[in-house]
Structures are given as structure tokens and as C-alpha cells.
Design a protein around this ligand. Structure first.
Ligand SMILES: C[S@@+](CC[C@H](N)C(=O)[O-])C[C@H]1O[C@@H](n2cnc3c(N)ncnc32)[C@H](O)[C@@H]1O
Length: 457
């Protein structure tokens, strides 16, 4: 069986001077990092977080200025449109989430940032993300979350199913009406359910962009044997974890892993598919944060409410920083001046990961960071990274390069020859590929072929 590549968590560094790299996407200067591909650097690093797109087309309303979430009282409207086109979320569940932040020591954020729908560049869709409510100066904190609010899943490990199982247990407890406080790290988290309610739900469209949920046809359309093998390995891993830990435990205790859909539901046991969803949540939003232990500094995997709602922009200047220890703060620091109404994005995977990771771990294809788009570059860096990896070109980190053998590089390049770039482009523009997973697979191989042409041409 193939070894699973570790997903790249965001990482926050535990010490200000320490620099962390999101394994997958983000880098924090603090001891926090996204489990998958993000790394948060301790108190002075930058991190990138993967975001889930909620492809909800949002009609543009007339922009209004935003001046904080307080005083929204009993809003007549559940949203407010910002001057930059973002729509601030003041729905009931969002207000409960803001309250959750407040009661747990994160209230200071609410004058600076809120949640909302932000336009997804290059599309007519929007995605939930974090939006600035006021101007923020370079160097000032944008988001600050007390470590005690984070869910700490312990030491980093290449297997995402372990934290996913812990998370699923807590989530099931909340869903079946159990207490909403969860004891983590010695403290009682208040109203954790108001955070859980804001997570992308089971079977949401956000997770379906990940190859974990692709059909066999879509996987084949990737023309990427390495991604297919890794995806199938992960499915096997989830299955093994489900049978070993969830089925067994649920059989021993009737209170564990109950999945209740509403008041009148005779709750059933969580299924393999629920664990797959929980695993995607982990790979797409866990941050890896450095924690100080008796053994020294070790990376821990954390869900950090609010910070995990920042979307990915490869060119984001913002910095992840903080401490993964009691009393510590996990932060996003402004790496440039921010204007009220702007989306607060971070760079997932420390800015070094490509679309081979994004499509597996996060479920989206990075079509270019804000600076790349402005420069009008033809092929997104996230594809060039993969092309260079397969061709052993450029100064990709040896950490990444060393993971692909020459034989695997040859297999990957050979598979892409099954169809030509021109044939693929014709197929895409024919409008005949209707399923989202198949279209993403086609877009992926087109992007990769264009990048290979560019870097070898
Ligand atoms: C850490 S979450 C970010 C917050 C997420 N949008 C939410 O509402 O919870 C990562 C997920 O956000 C989405 N996402 C983040 N950045 C994105 C981007 N640039 N384009 C498309 N989807 C993105 C992906 O679904 C990804 O798995």
C-alpha cells in the first residue's frame, strides 16, 4: 500500500522569532499550523489556510460601509454588503458564532472582522470568508484567538483520520443534543456547538471538490496516477479507521458516535461516509501550530475557530502567528494595510504547494493569487509547481521533490499523453462535461499540460 503524504496543515509558530511553514497551505509565526498544508508561524510567521467555496452566486447589492458587528442588535437584514462587494453575515447562526467568540475571549475581533460571502475571483460565485470591518494597519492584529478556544488534536501525524475520529466524536455528541461544552486542553469550551454549526456540513458542496469524493470516472479523467493512488490509499485508511475505532466503540457504548438528524430522529451510528467528511474537514482546515512540551517544541494539529474561515490567496501578505499553549494567542497579523470591506485571505501551504495538493486536500484549484492575476500570467503558479515537480525543474524544495521517484515522475508524465492539450480544451469548451468532479479533473489536467508546455518551452 502506498504511503499517504501528510496533508499540509497551517502552522503557527510558538515563538515570535520562529518561522513555521504550513505543510499544506498556511504558515503561522506561531505554534499553529494547518494540519493539512498550512503552517502558522509562531508570533511572527505567515500562514496560508485553505478555504471552502460555497459557490453561492450572490447578487451584488449597493455597497455600504461597515463599522463592526456590535450594535447589530435585532437586524432587519441578515446581511450587509460592503463597499468591496463582500456580504457580511448577520444570520442567526453567525450571530451565535460571534457570541461564542465573545464569551470565550475572542470578542475583540468583532470590531475588526466578520464573516461573509466574498466574490471568488474569475467566477460569478462567492465563497464564505473573513471580511475586514474597518481599516487595519500593517503590523496590527486582524484576528486573535485564545489558544483555549482552539480544538487541539495533539501531535502532528501524517494520518488525518485520527483527528477526524476525535472531531467526529465531539460533533456527534453535539448533534445528538449532548452538552455543547467540550473539554479540551483542560478547559471547558463554551457553546462549541455554535462553532460546529458554522462548519461546512456533511455532504456539503464544498467537500465534493476534493478527490476523496470523486467518482471513478472523474479520478480517471485526472490523468494523474499519483493522485489517484493517494486518493485510494486515503479511502482505505478511512475505512480501516472506521472499522477499527468507530464501529467497535459504537458497539461498546450506545452513546458514542450517534448521528442524529433533528429532534425526532432515532439516531443512527455515524457511517464511513461521515468519517470521510470529518477527514476532509481536517485536511482542509486544520492548522499545525508549534506547542512546547517536555520533549521540546512539537507541531500540534488545531482547529482554530474564525482563523479557519480565512480563504486562500497565494499572494496574501498576512502572517499567521501565535502560541499553542495555555494563555497564548493565535493570530493573523496584517502584512499590509487592509481597507474595510476587504477579504482577509491567507496563503495555504506556505506558498509552495501546487494544485495536486489543493484538489486532494482542500477541494479547489488555485487559479492564481491576487498578484498573479493582476500580472495577467497565463498559467497559475499552482500548476507550475506541479509541472516542475514532475520534471525536476526549478528550485522546488527538496522536501517536496524527494517524495517523487523518477519512476513515478515518468508514470505521471506518460499518463498525461493519453489526450492532447488541444483535445482537452475542445472537450472543456464543448460543454459536454457536466459533472463538477469531472470538470475539475479536466481543468486540472489542462492546467498541468499548459504548465508543462510553459516550463519546458
Ligand atoms: C479553511 S477553509 C476556509 C473557509 C471556508 N471558506 C469556510 O467557509 O469555512 C478551506 C476551504 O475553503 C475553500 N477555499 C479556500 N480558499 C479558496 C479559494 N481560493 N478558492 C476556492 N475555494 C477556496 C475550500 O473549500 C477549502 O477547502
Amino acid at each position: 500500500m502506498k504511503t499517504l503524504r501528510s496533508y499540509t496543515p497551517l502552522v503557527l509558530g510558538a515563538l515570535i522569532e520562529e518561522c513555521w511553514t504550513f505543510h499544506g497551505v498556511h504558515s503561522f509565526h506561531s505554534p499553529v499550523s494547518f494540519h493539512r498544508r498550512h503552517t502558522i508561524q509562531h508570533d511572527a510567521s505567515s500562514a496560508t489556510l485553505p478555504m471552502a467555496k460555497s459557490k453561492t452566486a450572490t447578487k451584488k447589492k449597493k455597497g455600504v460601509s461597515v463599522s463592526g458587528l456590535r450594535g447589530f442588535g435585532s437586524p432587519s437584514s441578515t446581511s450587509t454588503t460592503t463597499t468591496s462587494g463582500g456580504v457580511i453575515d448577520r444570520s442567526k447562526s453567525a450571530l451565535l458564532f460571534y457570541d461564542f467568540l465573545e464569551v470565550n475571549g475572542g470578542g475583540s475581533n468583532l470590531k475588526r472582522v466578520g464573516l461573509g460571502q466574498v466574490p471568488l475571483p474569475g467566477t460569478d460565485c462567492s465563497i464564505r470568508g473573513v471580511i475586514a470591518l474597518q481599516d487595519i494597519r500593517k503590523g496590527d492584529p486582524i484576528i486573535e484567538i485564545p489558544y483555549e478556544m482552539a480544538l487541539d488534536f495533539g501531535r502532528e501525524n501524517a494520518d488525518p483520520t485520527l483527528p477526524a475520529t476525535s472531531f467526529l466524536q465531539m460533533y456527534c455528541q453535539w448533534k445528538s443534543g449532548g452538552e455543547s461544552g467540550v473539554i479540551v486542553g483542560g478547559g471547558r469550551r463554551k457553546k462549541i456547538g455554535d462553532y460546529f454549526a458554522m462548519l461546512p456540513p456533511y455532504q456539503c458542496s464544498d467537500c465534493l471538490g476534493s478527490t476523496d469524493f470523486f467518482s471513478d470516472t472523474a479520478l480517471e479523467m485526472m490523468q494523474s496516477p499519483l493522485i489517484v493512488e493517494e486518493t485510494l490509499s486515503r479511502r482505505k485508511l478511512v475505512k480501516a479507521r472506521f472499522e477499527r475505532d468507530i464501529e467497535t466503540m459504537a458497539a461498546m457504548s450506545s452513546n458514542l458516535y450517534r448521528w442524529k438528524n433533528g429532534e425526532d430522529d432515532d439516531s443512527e451510528i455515524a457511517t464511513f461516509s461521515h468519517l470521510q467528511w470529518a477527514t476532509w474537514l481536517v485536511t482542509s482546515r486544520v492548522l499545525t501550530v508549534q506547542a512546547r512540551t517536555l520533549d521540546g517544541t512539537v507541531p500540534h494539529r488545531l482547529f482554530i475557530p474564525f482563523i479557519d474561515m480565512c480563504n486562500h490567496d497565494r499572494d496574501s501578505p498576512h502572517i499567521l502567528s501565535g502560541r499553542a499553549e495555555p494563555g497564548g494567542m493565535l493570530k493573523v497579523i496584517a502584512g499590509a494595510d487592509v481597507k474595510a470591506g476587504e477579504a482577509i485571505d491567507i496563503s495555504y501551504g506556505g506558498g509552495v504547494e501546487g494544485n495536486d495538493r489543493f484538489i486532494q486536500d482542500y477541494g479547489f484549484l488555485d487559479s492564481g493569487g491576487s498578484m498573479e492575476r493582476a500580472s495577467g500570467r497565463a498559467v497559475a503558479e499552482a500548476y507550475r509547481v506541479v509541472a516542475k515537480k514532475l520534471l525536476s525543474l526549478g528550485k522546488q524544495s527538496s522536501r517536496i521533490m524527494s517524495r517523487i521517484s523518477v519512476a513515478d515522475q515518468e508514470r505521471a508524465l506518460e499518463a498525461l499523453k493519453l489526450t492532447s492539450l488541444e483535445e482537452d480544451e475542445r472537450l472543456l469548451s464543448s460543454g459536454k462535461v457536466l459533472n463538477n468532479d469531472e470538470r475539475m479533473a479536466l481543468e486540472y489536467r489542462i492546467g498541468l499540460k499548459r504548465a508543462i508546455q510553459e516550463v519546458t518551452g
